[in-house]
Design a binder for this molecule. Structure first.
Ligand SMILES: Cc1cc2nc3c(=O)[nH]c(=O)nc-3n(C[C@H](O)[C@H](O)[C@H](O)COP(=O)(O)O)c2cc1C
Length: 394
């Protein structure tokens, strides 16, 4: 039986010392020009000594027009690299495998931040998003590869391509809306996932042979239902292109929404697919050492911690010391968050997550899922809201 503290070896890259990864966590602490601030560096740096097997930065824009929110980091120009180099060094110095998550938000890009009209695989009249040309798809694929090459040059062990949460590559997967006829859309999963596959191929071709390549996918509340998610997971894992698949399930142990899959928790259905040589990690409400073990017992190769890593810079060390370790009960106080290196600006953002920060009133969003997948113009005010909340906690 695999334990949480067994090392893990992907097909490529260095070994993970254990089965716990700190997941991508957007924190809005950096300026809109994509250069990582000292506050964001400090926040990540604090977590480098917590004993994680693998860590990733939050989502990083591959182009100037990629960001969904204010305060996100970027990797679209060389001037972003010095600070990213520091992050990679800090992660690796402390024994973590170091990743960047690279992304384009597509139709979810925020024009107030990017100054441009959002685009995606199809036009979206409700937001004014326009349809990309085939040449633009080729360019974005190239830009993913260039960004990955930059991450490699910064010293990261690998990248995770963001193909989840209604971001650009996941928008292509939507069978109802992506009816492109240029081979990047249509009736089959092969066509709708072509942009994703070509992105992974481009990264693979551009980066050194032992560079780790991961992919994040999500299901249910986004463009693909569980059945399509299982088909796509299998397709991607058996392609030989990726070293790991990060399954973003939001709540691993709940029953699937689709009645066709009743009777077993989501994680069981998600993991019941052919894997080829790829490893699989799961994310979603894994907040106790016992849940980490339960996910491995279900067949996951590793677990990905989100909110538990915000509240515990040292979750793996705590889990090693105490097999019954549990995330701090919610909601947490502002003082507690500050003690964990979370700046006022990030606290402002966290106040939007229902029931997370004490004395916040109802959060604007129960889950990020609602926030970024719905065509909700209020998402364009997130920065302002976080700013206001940050002022309030000063
Ligand atoms: C504040 C916050 C920021 C997040 N930022 C990202 C992100 O940049 N990229 C991403 O793929 N997921 C992001 N997520 C999703 C998390 O990585 C994780 O999958 C999700 O929170 C579920 O895991 P949890 O229940 O352990 O928090 C974010 C979640 C939170 C709470």
């Amino acid at each position: 039986m695999t334990t949480l503290f067994d090392p893990l070896q992907f097909t490529r890259g260095p070994q993970l010392r254990n089965r716990m990864m700190m997941g991508p966590l957007t924190n809005m602490q950096s300026p809109d020009d994509g250069h990582m601030s000292e506050a964001e560096f400090d926040w990540l740096n604090m977590r480098t000594t917590g004993g994680y097997g693998m860590m990733t930065t939050c989502t990083a824009g591959i182009r100037a027009d990629a960001a969904a929110m204010e305060g996100q980091i970027g990797i679209w120009q060389d001037s972003h690299m010095p600070q990213l180099r520091r992050v990679a060094e800090a992660m690796k110095r402390e024994g973590n495998v170091a990743l960047m998550q690279i992304n384009h938000a597509g139709l979810r890009a925020n024009p107030d931040v990017t100054g441009t009209v959002p685009f995606g695989p199809y036009a979206e009249p409700a937001t004014g998003g326009r349809e990309m040309s085939t040449a633009e798809i080729h360019q974005v694929i190239e830009d993913f590869a260039i960004a990955a090459k930059r991450a490699e040059a910064c010293g990261f062990d690998g990248v995770e391509v963001h193909g989840a949460h209604a971001q650009l590559l996941s928008q292509f997967l939507d069978p109802r809306q992506n009816r492109r006829t240029d081979g990047y859309g249509g009736a089959t999963m092969e066509e709708r996932s072509r942009a994703m596959t070509e992105t992974l191929q481009a990264v693979r071709e551009r980066c050194r042979p032992d560079f780790i390549l991961g992919l994040r996918l999500s299901t249910e509340r986004y463009e693909i239902n569980l059945e399509d998610f299982r088909e796509l997971s299998e397709r991607m894992m058996t392609s030989g292109l990726i070293d790991f698949l990060d399954m973003s399930l939001w709540d691993c142990f709940k029953e699937p929404d689709d009645a066709k899959f009743a009777g077993k928790p989501l994680i069981d259905w998600a993991l019941d697919v052919k894997r080829g040589n790829a490893k699989v990690g799961v994310s979603g409400k894994i907040r106790t050492a016992a849940k980490c073990r339960a996910a491995l017992d279900k067949g996951a190769d590793f677990v990905i911690l989100g909110r538990a890593a915000i509240l515990h810079d040292d979750f793996p060390q705590q889990a090693a010391a105490n097999p019954d370790f549990e995330m701090a009960p919610l909601p947490v106080s502002v003082d507690y968050l500050r003690s964990k290196g979370v700046s006022n600006r990030f606290i402002g953002y966290l106040r939007m997550w229902d029931g997370f920060v004490a004395n916040s009133g109802p959060g604007m969003y129960t889950e990020m899922a609602t926030m970024i997948s719905g065509v909700d113009p209020s998402c364009f005010a997130i920065g302002e809201f976080a700013e206001m909340q940050a002022e309030a906690v000063k």
